[in-house]
Design a protein around this ligand. Structure first.
Ligand SMILES: Cc1ncc(C[n+]2csc(CCOP(=O)(O)OP(=O)(O)O)c2C)c(N)n1
Length: 322
């Protein structure tokens, strides 16, 4: 499916939004930690933006996304409100989860965003719920589950893919292979060259794509989503990528410096900007204007967060199920 330049610039803007958001959260969380106000773990998505944007860019509003502990990018790409995102990560009552969730419990069913989770692989059984609902209700909506290559060695991954494959349910499994599960290299927990090779064991298509190339991710997503929507069952897409930051704010960097440098040179936003200018005749001014707009929106979101109250302690039990 051809992508016009206007759509490409929309994708570029979303990638910039995610990057700026993450860098601002690092800044705010670092300041809070220095002040003795521990805000919780922060797993940034910097370096992986092309995956969420490539996939979510082709989803319909009524499609569902199940995310991970590294899920800010998935939420923003599915359309989560920037103000509410900044507020939620800082525990404000105006946040996406009313300030009770934080980074790993972002949730907005109104846009089909079914949550980030602190349980690695925990979203994989859950995604079968909306997949089954699509079939049971005679709908055409699809479900996307993002997960890391570490989660692909959890039992929940195998059970979920097997069930979706057997039932031909409309799921797209998107593995974000950034080479490390916290400090464990992928070669330690997977004997295969590609996680996508596991698709064969379930009789479904598997695809390996450059996870730093938003258009390549999008192309693979279009095919998998169409397949799911037309009743042909799930696909496993593996996106090869790398995170810019250490696993989270509280674990020091452990990866070889040379490897980090090599991957940073393949930055998904910079390379997309270069190809937009080289191949699609976009000017630097156009990209600068998009970046300036995003900076303004983020500044406004931070102001919104700072002016928002913390949740009223009296409401702490209001959203628990008895
Ligand atoms: C069930 C479970 N086991 C272990 C952990 C601790 N843990 C948090 S993140 C993480 C690594 C996950 O790696 P991966 O799935 O590859 O995702 P990435 O962090 O690379 O995006 C681990 C082991 C957890 N949160 N949940």
């Amino acid at each position: 499916m051809a992508v016009d330049v206007e759509e490409m610039l929309r994708l570029y803007g979303l990638m910039v939004r995610i990057r700026n958001f993450e860098l601002k959260m690092v800044e705010i969380f670092t300041a809070r930690m220095k002040a003795g106000d521990f805000p919780g773990a922060l797993h940034t998505y910097c370096g992986e933006e092309a995956i969420a944007v490539g996939v979510c860019g082709v989803l319909r509003p009524d499609d569902y996304v199940f995310s991970t502990h590294r899920g800010h990018g998935h939420a923003l790409a599915k359309g989560a409100d920037l103000n509410k995102m900044v507020a939620e990560l800082n525990g404000r009552a105006s946040g996406l989860s009313r300030g009770f969730g934080g980074s790993m419990h972002l949730y907005d069913p109104s846009i089909g965003f079914m949550g980030t989770t602190g349980v690695v692989g925990g979203n994989l059984p859950l995604c079968l719920g909306t997949a089954y609902a699509s079939v049971a209700l005679g709908g055409t909506f699809v479900t996307v589950a993002f997960f890391g290559e570490g989660a692909a060695s959890q039992g929940s991954f195998h059970e979920s893919v097997n069930m979706a494959a057997v039932m031909r349910w409309p799921v797209v499994y998107v593995c974000e292979n950034n080479l490390y599960a916290a400090t464990t290299h992928v070669a330690v927990n997977c004997p295969l060259e590609n996680i996508a090779d596991r698709a064969k064991g379930y009789g479904i298509p598997g695809a390996v794509v450059d996870g730093n190339d938003v258009l390549a991710v999008r192309e693979a997503a279009v095919e998998a989503i169409e397949r799911a929507r037309s009743g042909c069952g799930p696909t496993l897409i593996e996106c090869k990528t790398y995170r810019h930051h250490p696993h989270c704010m509280v674990i020091p960097e452990h990866r070889p410096p040379k490897e980090c440098r090599e991957w940073h040179a393949k930055d998904p936003i910079e390379s997309f900007a270069a190809s937009l200018m080289r191949i699609h005749a976009t000017t630097r001014d156009t990209l600068d204007a998009i970046e300036a707009r995003e900076v303004g929106l983020l500044e406004a979101a931070v102001k919104f967060m700072r002016e928002s109250p913390l949740p009223d302690p009296a409401t702490v039990g209001d959203y628990l199920w008895a």
